[in-house]
Design a protein around this ligand. Structure first.
Ligand code: PEP
Ligand code: MN
Length: 462
């Protein structure tokens, strides 16, 4: 017998990341209040689905997760900038090559502009390959006198308004896993296989600035053009720039799914939630002694928490103590979503308390969720100007306090949808009738996303 095969085979020493049955603390959340969880319609289907998920291969690898943590640590220190973007809710139906590539492409385009504006590396992260679970303000939805369970994202139930579709079907967790796997596979192919070539991405951006509506961004585009020509003249290795790191993230809302995809890393013996590189806790599930915060406190992934306008400095400090007791660089990101009208007043006291405590978190702005309104013709929407104003407020607050505005979290798509109002080539509410596709919150379309990148790049370069 070789020395190796004499070793006891335990989950901690197996060669691959293995399941995490019985790992201390990982199931504590089951004893705690957990909001926004489904009521699965068939317990047998639930058992079988969780069992299968628990042995399927990890979607991401612990080593990648560790690299991301280092990248986020750099962002927290002002040496990198995080760009996190994608759908509010991904759907199984829209997980097509065209739509996935358009979204990746738009994020890469935004990243080139931001890299130039910030003069620092941009960490590229999709709200993609797993963003399938949605928190809802009401359990039910009523239409024409008929009441059914609310849509909770494709991982739980269907969008169609029928009893069958709205039942909470646990087998959807398997479909979510496989859809995430194929999405991630395509993202990896695109970002490693030449699609991300800097010169190509810059070329795509020219399409944006050639639109007369975007004339005011021309000079920035020209500067980037000159920078790329300069790099080429210096003999920059554009081959190496064809490959970029791209990370997957989603809201860790559905705890049955997140727990089932948690594995013990064979290198370190520690648990990683392998459903995504980065996971965040939503504004509605961030109660300190509740299930979501407890579960995520026990996995090694970098973690985000959304902070809305009701957050106090004490809330933030308690979250840091619970989620980042070691004060580990890159571990914790606060994604603030205050609303354009609130951010200049509500954000400073929180940032001041955190800074005074000596903790270093990564501060990211989500300028979408505090700025949702209903259009006169009845659509859930956001005004581009409000979104931009919140981003400006975020920079102003951090600049005034001497802290680091480290990233941008946006709901966006690569397609030409009409869901948010405004932009230089403006979308009006009439366009919603034909081009509103989101099953949840309104996203910036391709052009609005690029315009945001140009505006933020301008703010970053000041
Ligand atoms: C979201 O990111 O889609 C979301 C629901 O955000 P929040 O938790 O900030 O409301
Ligand atoms: Mn949303």
């Amino acid at each position: 017998m070789t020395e190796l095969s004499e070793k006891p085979v335990s989950p901690l020493t197996s060669t691959a990341q293995s399941g995490a049955a019985n790992y201390p603390g990982l199931d504590n959340w089951r004893e705690l209040p957990a909001s926004q969880q489904p009521t699965w319609s068939d317990p047998a289907v639930f058992e079988a689905s969780v069992k299968e998920l628990s042995v399927l291969p990890p979607l991401v690898f612990a080593g990648e997760v560790d690299i991301l943590r280092e990248r986020l640590a750099a962002a927290a220190q002002g040496k990198a900038f995080l760009l996190q973007g994608g759908d509010c809710a991904e759907t199984f139906e829209a997980a097509t090559a065209d739509k996935i590539s358009a979204r990746v492409r738009t994020i890469l385009q935004m990243a080139v502009v931001l890299t130039y504006g910030a003069a620092m590396p941009v960490i590229k992260m999709g709200r993609m390959a797993g963003q399938f679970a949605k928190p809802r303000s009401s359990n039910d939805e009523t239409r024409d006198g008929v009441t059914l369970p609310a849509y909770r994202g494709d991982i739980v139930n269907g969008y169609d308004f029928t009893p069958e579709s709205r039942a909470h079907d646990a087998s959807r967790m398997l479909k979510a896993y496989h859809t995430s796997a194929s999405t991630l596979n395509l993202i990896r192919a695109f970002t490693q296989g030449g699609f991300a070539d800097l010169r190509l991405v810059h070329q795509w951006n020219k399409g944006f600035t050639e639109n007369p509506a975007h004339a005011r961004y021309e000079s920035l585009a020209r500067d980037i053009d000159r920078a790329i020509k300069f790099m080429a003249s210096c003999g920059a290795d554009f081959e190496a720039l064809k490959r970029v790191e791209f990370y997957a993230s989603h809201e860790a809302l559905l705890l049955d799914y997140e727990r089932a995809l948690t594995r013990i890393d064979s290198r370190t013996g520690l648990p990683y939630d392998t459903s995504a590189h980065f996971l965040w806790i939503g504004e509605r599930t961030r109660e300190l002694d509740h299930a979501h915060v407890d579960f995520l406190s026990r996995v090694r992934n970098p973690i985000g928490v959304k902070l809305g306008p009701s957050t106090t400095g004490d809330d933030a400090l308690r979250l840091i103590d619970k989620l980042d007791p070691e004060r580990e660089p890159g571990r914790l990101t606060f994604i603030t979503r205050m609303g354009a009208g609130n951010i200049r007043e509500k954000l400073p006291p929180i940032v001041e308390r955190v800074t005074a405590s000596g903790a270093q978190v990564l501060w990211v702005t989500d300028p979408m969720h505090g700025n949702t309104v209903t259009s006169p013709n009845g659509y859930k929407t956001r005004n581009f100007d409000d979104v931009i104003d919140e981003v400006r407020g975020f920079f102003e607050v951090h600049h005034a306090l001497g802290t680091v505005p480290g990233g941008l979290h946006v709901e966006m798509t690569g397609d030409d949808v009409a869901e948010c109002l405004g932009g230089a080539d403006p979308i009006d509410q009439e366009a919603f009738l034909d081009r509103y596709e989101s099953v949840c919150d309104p996203r910036l379309n391709h052009m609005q996303s690029l315009e945001m990148a140009f505006l933020v790049a301008g703010a970053l370069s000041k």
